[in-house]
Design a binder for this molecule. Structure first.
Ligand SMILES: NC(=O)c1ccc[n+]([C@@H]2O[C@H](COP(=O)([O-])OP(=O)(O)OC[C@H]3O[C@@H](n4cnc5c(N)ncnc54)[C@H](OP(=O)(O)O)[C@@H]3O)[C@@H](O)[C@H]2O)c1
Length: 261
């Protein structure tokens, strides 16, 4: 597919957090394809990583980690684009009564405060430059919370969305666009592993396991989850000049999983 000038991100100084696997990895590939100068962060640099000169090892769920990352990025001046992809859930199953304070704080640190701290450190330079784009990764769980194991995650993503909207209102007059992308299920390597484990435990096939996952969500009208490349295409659009009047929006990409308006 051909690109035009308005799709291009040539030379734009970019940071993608959580860019080594899943959606983040696809986002990094897409933004580099569009010409951006992309820095990547994760807790661990994969063996043989192709751009070690553009990689920062940092745990963005901790103040020390975001501090390390922000300092390293700030050495080169202001960012043009910040895509905060990191997020996830590690709370064990068992419903509301099983989730401890510690697990709640883990989810809030990972899914909300990482973005808050990184923005606080890096966005003042964007404000000074008078332009920039920020994208936060939410989840459809902010409006369709699942209670068995991911309620703290869902609540943290809900708070992230509210924060993102307020930040957008505050920074738009300074030339900075802040938006949220909220995926439903994504066909990541992690998801394939999960399906494999489900199939093994039940003695069924991968397809049967997948049908069970879709059924637990009330069905996925499209019949499949989003591909990481599709997530990356949406990100590529939202950070480009084509999206220059999109501010404070939430883009849901879920194959129709959320059944309500
Ligand atoms: N997958 C889904 O079905 C789904 C659905 C809705 C929303 N989302 C959201 O979409 C985003 C991407 O999810 P994904 O499933 O595509 O990602 P993923 O495959 O789980 O990849 C996670 C990435 O983040 C990094 N990471 C994880 N914890 C980190 C931490 N504490 N500090 C720094 N880096 C960390 C990982 O590298 P290291 O392990 O080396 O740190 C990796 O690069 C997340 O915000 C997630 O909540 C995902």
């Amino acid at each position: 597919m051909s690109t035009t000038e308005r799709d291009r991100l040539d030379g734009r100084r970019t940071l993608v957090t959580g860019g080594t696997r899943g959606s983040g990895q696809a986002v990094v590939a897409r933004l580099r394809e569009l010409g951006a100068d992309v820095w990547v962060s994760a807790r661990t640099m994969p063996a043989g990583y192709e751009r070690p000169d553009r990689f920062v090892e940092a745990d963005t769920s901790t103040p020390e980690g975001t501090d390390t990352l922000a300092r390293r990025i700030a050495e080169g001046g202001a960012l043009d684009i910040l895509v905060h992809v990191v997020g996830g859930s590690t709370t064990p199953p068992g419903g509301f009564a099983a989730a401890t304070d510690e697990q709640w704080l883990t989810e809030i640190n990972l899914n909300l405060l990482g973005a808050v701290r990184l923005d606080r450190a890096l966005l003042p330079a964007m404000v000074e430059a008078g332009s920039g784009v920020v994208l936060h990764f939410g989840s459809i769980q902010r409006q369709m919370p699942l209670h068995e194991a991911t309620l703290p995650y869902a609540a943290a993503k809900g708070a992230l969305r509210t924060y993102s909207k307020g930040l957008a209102n505050e920074l738009a007059p300074h030339g900075i666009r802040v938006n949220t992308i909220s995926p439903g299920g994504i066909e990541t390597e992690g998801y394939e592993d999960f399906l494999g484990k489900l199939a093994e435990a039940s003695g069924g096939t991968r397809e049967e396991a997948e049908q069970g996952v879709h059924a637990a969500l009330g069905g996925v009208p499209l019949g499949r989850f989003a591909r990481t490349e599709e997530i990356a295409d949406l990100v590529g659009f939202l950070v480009s000049d084509r999206a220059s009047s999109i501010v404070g929006a939430e883009y849901v990409i879920d194959g129709g999983t959320v059944p309500t308006v």
